[in-house]
Design a protein around this ligand. Structure first.
Ligand code: IMP
Length: 437
C-alpha cells in the first residue's frame, strides 16, 4: 500500500508544509492526524503565499481528498475563516472531509489556556494560546465535545448544559473572571456545526478504503518530536502525540498500513516558546539565521530561537518514528555563514550521554559536542538551476559534505533536500517514488 507519513524531528517548524505540499502532487489523499490551529504552514505557490493552520497542505492541490483526522482538535470558527479565505482566492474545498470523532476547541478552552499559563508564572510553557492543551485535556477526561456533537444541535445543547457550568467553575478556580454565556455559545457553535456538517464524515473508513484501493495516502504531521506529549521535553511540549505511530491512530488506520516515514529535519534547529535548547545560539549569529530563515511563527508571529543542528534530537526522533528517509530542509539558509557546527552528542560531567534525557534538569547541564564543517556561499541562480537540472552532483562540495554527514550520523538517506522558499526548489532524491495514477 503506497502510504507515507511525514513527521517533524525537532521542535516543529521544520518546513513540513512545503514537503507535504510537494508530495501532495502525487498523493490522492492527504490526512492531518494531530494538533490543531497551533500549527502553521506557509506554502508559496507562484508568487502567492498561503498560510494554513487547520487545513491539510494538500488542500492547495486540485482534486485531492484533504482529511482532518480524528486525532486533530478543531477550532470551528478558525477553520471556517480558513475555508472562506481559500475560496475567496479561488481554491476549492469541496474535497475536504472532517472526522466526526475529532474534538472541538471551545471558547472556554482558549480562556483556560491563558488562565493556566498565567498561573504558571515562573514556569510558563509558552503555549500558542489557542486552547489546545485544555481541549486535549477534556478529550482525555471524557468531557470533550466532538464534531459529531457540533453538527447535532440537540446533542450540543445537552453537552453544553453539563460543560458550561463545569468550565465556569474551572475558570473561577484559575482566577479568570470571564462569564460564559451558554445560550450564546450554543447559538454560535450550532451555526458552525450547520456550516461544517457537509464536510463531517467517518474519515477513518474513507482513508482505509483509499488504502485498500491502492491510492497514494500522505499522512501530514504537525509540530515535532520534541513537542510530543510522551517523548518530548515535557512539560514544554504540546498536548498531542507527534511521532509517526499517531499517523495511524490519529487517522483511524492500522500501523501496518504505513509503508514509509520521512523525518523532516531542518538543517539547523529552532524552537518557539519556553524550555531547554542545548545548541541555542544567543548571539548575532542566531539572530542572523532567524532573519535569513524567516524564523517567525506562522501562528503567533513570535520569533523563533535558533541554534545549530542537534543530532541527539534528530536521532531521538528517528529512534521513535523509524524514518525510512529524511527531508533535509532550509539548507540554503546556512549559506554564507562561514564555518558551521553540528552537535553530534552531549557530554555530562565528562561522560558521553547515551540517549536523550527525560529529566530537563539533566538536559540543562548537558554540553553539546560539536563537529565543525566547512560552510559554502549562498546559492546563486545559475547554481540553483544547475542543481535542479543535474541533481545532487551540482551542489557546492561543502554542502554535499554536510548532507552526507547528516546521512551517515543518522543512518538514514536524505530523500528530499529543501533549497529555497519556492515550491520547485526541492531536490527530489527519493528511491521509492509513487506511481502517478
Ligand atoms: P500549545 O500546542 O499551544 O499548547 O503549545 C505548547 C508548546 O508547543 C509551546 O512551546 C508552543 O510554542 C509549541 N508549539 C505548538 N505548536 C507549534 C508549532 O506548530 N510549531 C512550533 N512550536 C509549536
Amino acid at each position: 500500500m503506497p502510504s507515507l507519513a511525514i513527521v517533524g524531528s525537532q521542535w516543529g517548524d521544520e518546513g513540513k508544509g512545503k514537503i507535504v505540499d510537494y508530495l501532495a502532487e502525487e498523493a490522492h489523499v492527504v490526512v492531518r492526524f494531530q494538533g490543531g490551529n497551533n500549527a502553521g504552514h506557509s506554502v508559496k505557490v507562484g508568487e502567492e503565499l498561503f498560510k494554513l493552520h487547520h487545513l491539510p497542505s494538500g488542500i492547495l492541490r486540485k482534486g485531492k481528498l484533504a482529511v482532518i483526522g480524528n486525532g486533530v482538535v478543531i477550532d470551528p470558527g478558525v477553520l471556517i475563516k480558513e475555508i472562506d479565505e481559500l475560496e475567496s482566492r479561488g481554491v476549492s474545498v469541496e474535497n475536504l472531509r472532517i472526522s466526526d470523532r475529532a474534538h472541538v476547541i471551545m471558547p472556554y478552552h482558549r480562556l483556560l489556556d491563558g488562565a493556566e499559563e498565567r498561573l504558571r508564572e515562573g514556569s510558563k510553557v509558552g503555549t500558542t494560546g489557542r486552547g489546545i492543551g485544555p481541549a486535549y485535556s477534556d478529550k482525555a477526561s471524557r468531557t470533550g465535545i466532538r464534531m459529531m456533537d457540533l453538527v447535532d444541535e440537540a446533542l450540543l445543547r445537552e453537552r453544553l448544559g453539563f460543560m458550561v457550568p463545569l468550565k465556569q467553575r474551572h475558570l473561577e478556580v484559575c482566577g479568570d473572571g470571564s462569564r460564559l454565556d451558554g445560550d450564546a455559545i450554543l447559538r454560535e457553535y450550532s451555526g458552525y456545526g450547520r456550516r461544517l456538517s457537509p464536510f463531517v464524515a467517518d474519515t477513518g473508513a474513507a482513508v482505509r478504503d483509499a488504502l485498500k484501493r491502492g491510492r497514494n495516502v500522505l499522512f501530514e504531521g504537525a509540530q515535532g518530536t520534541m513537542l510530543d506529549i510522551d517523548h518530548g521535553t515535557y512539560p514544554f511540549v504540546t498536548s498531542s502525540i507527534t511521532v509517526a505511530a499517531n499517523a495511524a491512530s490519529g487517522s483511524g488506520v492500522p500501523p501496518s498500513a504505513i509503508d514509509d516515514v520521512y523525518g523532516v529535519v531542518k538543517a539547523y534547529t529552532t524552537r518557539v516558546g519556553e524550555g531547554p535548547f542545548p545548541t541555542e545560539l544567543l548571539d548575532d549569529l542566531g539572530r542572523s539565521i532567524a532573519d535569513k530563515g524567516g524564523e517567525f511563527g506562522t501562528t503567533t508571529g513570535r520569533s523563533r530561537r535558533c541554534g545549530w543542528l542537534d543530532l541527539m534530537v534528530t536521532r531521538h526522533a528517528h529512534a521513535l518514528s523509524g524514518f525510512t528517509g529524511l527531508a533535509l530542509t532550509k539548507i540554503d539558509v546556512l549559506g554564507g555563514l562561514g564555518e558551521l557546527k553540528v552537535c553530534t552528542g552531549y557530554r555530562l560531567d565528562g561522560k558521553k550521554v547515551p540517549a536523550f534525557p527525560a529529566d530537563l534538569r539533566v538536559l540543562q547541564r548537558c554540553e553539546p559536542v560539536y563537529r565543525r564543517l566547512k560552510g559554502w556561499d549562498d546559492l546563486d541562480t545559475a547554481t540553483m538551476e544547475a542543481v535542479l537540472r543535474k541533481g545532487f552532483s551540482a551542489l557546492p562540495a561543502e554542502m554535499k559534505e554536510y548532507v552526507r554527514f547528516v546521512e551517515k550520523e543518522m543512518g538514514v538517506p536524505v530523500a528530499m533536500l529543501g533549497l529555497g522558499r519556492r515550491r520547485h526548489e526541492i531536490l527530489d532524491m527519493r528511491k521509492r517514488k509513487w506511481k502517478k495514477r
